[in-house]
Design a binder for this molecule. Structure first.
Ligand code: ADP
Ligand code: MG
Length: 360
């Protein structure tokens, strides 16, 4: 079978997308009626995740190629583990000013704004705690006993004393930005910058921007659970995004379907990156004030005009918990949320009620 045929079949079955918090699955389930329309789809491993792209309309192939190039460029700038990346150099500079690219500068500024706005529930300097807990993926490995589907370094909680030793070095107030000089520095040499909770959302925005520059007005971008949809489906109807059930009762179980156009939909959860120790689940969403993972929410979905907002806010709300999280999201214009507690309780903002169909 030729490649063209393969792509066509993929399109014909694509309509409901399953969004999995920090996961990589997205299950095509029905049809977007894209026959006769030029289209392109691509799966690429970039930004430490699986990127899944679909674009419809003239020039779709070139547009998707340009997106992949853009994602590679962003990975090179933003991955804190890549020697030479802006973030790596800022962290290695032990408090000195470091010249960074415009992406890094813009993203640092935005991350600080969101940190202030969420009163530090989202904090881009949480990295030392992430490392201490071992919520760091081990590539190409099977998960250890007690771990979720993602293989992690961590298997048990660190000593409380170690957490308390690091806490004074976690704080977004240690990050300084010099706009004119395009420089960033950490005023505490032990502090570390980490865009893990915002970079994929930002990259989804950049992907959408590149697609639009290429004249694409119908596209779907999934960066490991951070989705951005450009326009509606090729037939003009909204994209339908299925939100994975955090405790699936069978394969491809979902809690509901969100219908959106021109929006980012981001789901974070406690069911992909976690380990269990003595019957307690510890997930990768850390409360920067206590140094411990949040234990209240199993699934956090945020719908927002940009992926940057949706991604960072999903992490912030995970830390805030059900009640404060919903109140906070409700206070933001154009931002909606759907939260599921570890106890199965569900809560959503008033605007979300209008865009979601819950599964019976
Ligand atoms: P994922 O798509 O993997 O679920 P998230 O957007 O939920 O990613 O971000 C989780 C990642 O962000 C963690 O792996 C960690 O690196 C970092 N992180 C954890 N807690 C926080 C926090 N409170 N603020 C900012 N970043 C965090
Ligand atoms: Mg996030």
């Amino acid at each position: 079978m030729t490649r063209r045929h393969t792509v066509l079949i993929a399109l014909v079955i694509a309509s409901v997308w399953l969004i999995t918090g920090c996961g990589t699955k997205s299950e095509p389930q029905a049809s977007p009626q894209a026959e006769g329309i030029e289209s392109a789809s691509r799966v690429a491993f970039t930004l430490g995740t699986v990127a899944e792209l679909r674009a419809y309309g003239p020039g779709a192939e070139e547009a998707v190629d340009a997106v992949v190039a853009e994602l590679e460029r962003l990975t090179a700038a933003l991955d804190r583990f890549s020697p030479g990346s802006d973030v790596y150099r800022v962290n290695a500079a032990a408090g000195e000013w470091v010249r960074v690219g415009s992406e890094t500068l813009a993203l640092t500024r935005t991350a600080l704004e969101i940190a202030r706005m969420t009163d530090g529930a989202f904090d881009p300097t949480v990295a030392p705690l992430v490392d201490l807990w071992g919520f760091v993926e081990v590539p190409d490995s099977a998960p250890a006993e007690g771990q979720g589907p993602t293989a992690l370094l961590g298997r048990r909680p660190p000593e409380d004393a170690e957490i308390r030793r690091l806490l004074p070095h976690v704080g977004y107030e240690f990050v300084e930005v010099d706009e004119a000089g395009s420089r960033v520095r950490l005023t505490d040499p032990e502090a570390e910058l980490d865009f893990g909770a915002i970079a994929k959302g930002y990259a989804a925005d950049r992907a959408a921007a590149v697609l639009k520059e290429h004249g694409i007005d119908s596209a779907f971008v999934n960066l490991g659970g951070d989705i951005f949809v450009v326009g509606g489906k090729p037939d003009g109807s909204p994209w339908r995004i299925a939100i994975q059930h955090p405790r699936p009762r069978g394969p491809n179980d979902f809690i509901g379907v969100v219908s959106v156009k021109d929006r980012s939909v981001v789901t974070s959860g406690d069911y992909e990156r976690y380990f269990e120790y003595e019957g307690v689940r510890y997930t990768h969403l850390i409360d920067p004030r206590t140094g411990y993972p949040q234990q209240e929410l199993a699934s956090i979905t945020v719908v927002a005009p940009t992926g940057t907002q949706a991604d960072a806010l999903a992490t912030a709300v995970a830390v805030m918990g059900m009640e404060k999280g919903l109140e906070f999201l409700e206070s933001l214009p154009d931002v909606e949320g759907l939260l599921v507690g570890v106890d199965g309780r569900m809560g959503m903002t008033s605007g979300m009620e209008k865009m979601v169909e819950l599964r019976k």
